[in-house]
Design a protein around this ligand. Sequence first.
Ligand SMILES: Cc1cc2nc3c(=O)[nH]c(=O)nc-3n(C[C@H](O)[C@H](O)[C@H](O)COP(=O)(O)O)c2cc1C
Length: 322
Amino acid sequence: MQTRFTRLVGVEHPVMQGGMMWVGTADMAAAVSNAGGLGTITALTQPTPDDLRREIDRCRTLTDKPFAVNLTILPSVKPPPYAEYRRAIIDAGVSIVETAGSRPQEHVEDFKAHGVKVIHKCTSVRHAVSAQKMGVDAISIDGFECAGHPGEDDVPGLVLIPAAADRITIPMLASGGFGDGRGLVAALALGADGINMGTRFCATVEAPIHDAVKRLLVDNDERATNLIFRKFHNSARVAKSPVSDKVVEISAREGAVFADVQPLVSGAKGRVALETGDLEAGLIWAGQVQGLIHDIPTCRELITRIMRQADEITARLREHAA
Ligand SMILES: Cc1cc2nc3c(=O)[nH]c(=O)nc-3n(C[C@H](O)[C@H](O)[C@H](O)COP(=O)(O)O)c2cc1C
């Protein structure tokens, strides 16, 4: 299946693995890319820009297929050295970047000046339109269903994707809530050129996370997420767990401020939960698509299955039309 997205980035299938903190290592990215999708290394998972350079080199030893690097720019009291991470990506000769988060302009300009293709991930039509004006090569639009930061507008993919498609002329990926071939065909019908997935790729053999977390994603249903940080205008969707339940409970208290939940939500604690499988150690980021996850395949099995399902559905739709 060739779309404007597969042609833009040179992959076999219109399926991308989005940046994922602590999960987007070279092993994850290479597994997706070797399966014909677009795998992504997450820059900030590497402690320093030099570590990122080494991780990119390591990915090249694991795959000869295209892969991307994600650079996420989030509001922070003590921001990481974004410009240095950006420099590491450019110097390493990476050809595709996924940017996400606020005020990407400076990064987009520099990537573009160095011939890097930029896929900008955002959660609203207005931000997609401004990224398109900025000159990015593709948009990834994340609906309210998604794991991570869905923004503050609460528009699900069924409306967000066609609304964006009406305004976006460059290739566009639909993101948030995708996990199978039905989703891929739906995304194409809504005007997208492919899908971006996060949660579904966490429940694969190659995802560098503990089996207990993978089993949690399989066991959970579509209701098993919590939307946290709404009060602090930085909404995030995470798996329902004792920790995220506690965050919801504390946040609901009169006069609660971010500092009240901060000890529970640090990235370092989330990393411990992912690595040890101790679900009470920290937050686990996951989306509503958990309701569509029933097994832990390899990335190749997953992508092959998605493409086969998509072919079967397309054939059935043709029969309906005949
Ligand atoms: C464990 C995990 C960590 C994530 N970390 C990031 C991140 O650091 N940067 C980012 O842009 N998106 C991040 N995301 C969001 C994904 O890239 C993707 O946009 C989202 O998962 C799509 O929704 P889905 O989970 O329903 O497929 C993360 C998602 C997960 C599941």
